[in-house]
Design a protein around this ligand. Structure first.
Ligand code: C5P
Length: 223
């Protein structure tokens, strides 16, 4: 039997990635956190493509694409992101990356660069992909589509805890402002904006914990 292709989209810090990871383990399928890819490109730009005034030089970034190899590798059971063979899984969660990623992700050249590799990974089925445009653009024919949402207060709390657990110093106001700003840029951009697919199932998990959200998704998958 062909394993399912599942698209999970939604607002920042609704738990998309951690929930998708557990569902993938339960179903024996692959999980792809597409946000990590956009963060990886942003990290590369911040390292290699800065103007004298510290802004990102987009022309330089776009011309560097042939030099960028993004790869997920299994590191003690965790799928972690490598850029040109360097493990950048912690670096991509930094403040600097979070503050610039939505600007990078709205560029057509960046989205085109990442689109085909995301689709190729889903060709054989058996994948859960989380992001912002998976159900609408990347995998419009996915077998199941979900759209996660939660209150900004709850999402702030979750991201703040996540950053602390990664050892990244931060404060709640900064985290909240960054979530609001990223959601705004992601929703308003011209290409592949953050949007619920018409046929996606909406799950508001403000009052659900991770386990309950997973159970609710699994219940739909069994239907
Ligand atoms: O999922 P995460 O919060 O790590 O995503 C970081 C950013 O990457 C988002 O705010 C968005 O700008 C971008 N992104 C995107 N399309 C996706 C996944 C992420 O534009 N499919």
């Amino acid at each position: 039997m062909k394993k399912p292709v599942i698209a999970i989209d939604g607002f920042s810090s609704t738990g998309k990635s951690s929930i998708s990871k557990i569902i993938a383990e339960k179903l024996g399928i692959v999980h792809l956190d597409t946000g990590a890819l956009y963060r990886g490109i942003t990290w590369f730009a911040l390292q290699n493509c800065l103007n004298d005034d510290e802004t990102i030089n987009l022309e330089q970034l776009f011309s560097s694409f042939p030099l960028i190899e993004l790869e997920f590798k299994n590191d003690n059971g965790e799928l972690v992101l490598f850029l040109n063979h360097i493990n950048i899984s912690k670096e991509i969660r930094s403040h600097e990356v979070s503050q610039n990623v939505s600007f990078i992700a709205k560029q057509k050249e960046v989205r085109d660069f990442l689109l085909q590799s995301q689709r190729n990974l889903a060709e054989k089925g058996g994948i859960i992909m989380d992001g912002r445009d998976i159900g609408t653009v990347v995998l419009p024919n996915a077998d199941f589509k979900f759209f996660l949402t939660a209150s900004i207060e709850e999402r702030t709390r979750r991201r703040y805890q996540e950053l602390l657990s990664l050892g990244i110093e931060t404060d709640e106001k900064f985290v909240k402002d960054n979530l609001i700003e990223r959601d705004r840029i992601d929703s308003e951009r011209e290409i592949a904006p953050l949007k619920k697919a018409d046929d996606a199932i909406v799950i508001d998990n403000t009052k659900l914990n991770k386990k309950e959200t997973i159970e609710s998704i699994l219940a739909y998958l069994k239907k």
